[in-house]
Write a new protein. Sequence first.
Length: 418
Amino acid sequence: MTNNNDCFKNDPQHALLTVEKTLQQIKQAIEPLKTRQTLAIRDALGRTLAENVVSSINVPPHRNSAMDGYAINSEFLTSAPPLQLTVIGSSFAGNPFHGKVSVTECVRIMTGAMMPDDCDTVIMQEDTLRTENIIQINKQHEKAQNVRHPGEDIAKNTTVLKAGRQITPADLGLLSSIGISEVTTYRKPKVAFFSTGDELKSLGETLGPGDIYDSNRYTLFGMLTKLDVDILDLGVIADDKTLIRETLEKAASEADMILTSGGASVGEADYVSEILQEIGQVNFWKIAMKPGKPLAFGMINNTPYFGLPGNPVSVMATCYLFVQLAITRLKGLDDNNHLSLQARCLNPLNKAPGRTDFQRGILKQTTDGVLTVETTGLQGSHILTSMSLANCFIVIPQNSGNVAAGETVEVLAFNGII
Ligand code: AMP
Ligand code: MG
């Protein structure tokens, strides 16, 4: 990492970095973790698959019935209905019928049960009239109907899941359907974080004059938990150079990524940037976004580092956009599944040209299916209630001004981590 983008110091007026460019820089800078771990499939949920999974069997493994009904030989269907057949046995799922079946005979069969060798068609129960061991079929039926074939879902020797995907609940089902109990995954990233600021008190402490409770460690805990990483919470660190340096070094040696919040601006008691110049290769970016303009990003001893702003809403917005991407990269995954939608804005919104706004909104769908979005109210970067009420960001482009009520706006629906 170089300090080429050190616009915070060198070019304060003109070098605002766009959100797009910031995302690109982060994507390029972060290498996926390489360590592999073989896990029982349940423990692999949410992990990144490290190797292709190939099926050694067909699914379904045998021809079976798609309906409850009667298995017959379709040669019999060439005669015109009504037709009568003799029921000579039954085939249940897991309990097949093994005997011979002649053209005028049939076998009672259940959904998922193996087809008798001599049968190729199933007549569903509702289309038959049964009297003792005789069934009557009154209408025309298609040859080969209601039969599932071997390998119809998954054919033997095909790649079922590709390396690099995140394992989902459906995948656990797929893996078990092909008899696989363990998969090779990549190790889970470990993320260390701490808050800085003499004014910050942890829960359980009493607030003195000028103090506030630390909330960033809790929002970060929540988002990181949803991002499915291991967490190392290093607490609140006072504005003390030695303490901050020691904590950053400990974090760099133990974690795969470090986050701090606060202390990265140019306030007199803000030591983080000063220490980072000494022990890391960190860029101090000014990003053309609101909230969350100042952001430090770089490496401390090869461990990626984010110096998030102190304000609670800025922390959440930058974590959502940038830290989430970085974790996705560490996991070796490609995208964040951000759903960008167009919605009708119900309120006028204040916006100054110059930066991209990520205002907090409430996205709804009317009964006619129209997407609408409403502001959460006050949009200051200290108004944490705006985050708690929101289910989306209203993204207003860098050069746009105010939005009038009724205009269509771009909305970024939260993907479940806020
Ligand atoms: P700073 O970047 O340290 O100057 O902080 C900017 C603003 O965010 C100040 O109002 C801080 O009090 C506030 N702040 C910083 N860290 C936290 C935190 N962990 N929880 C809540 N507010 C914070
Ligand atoms: Mg501070």
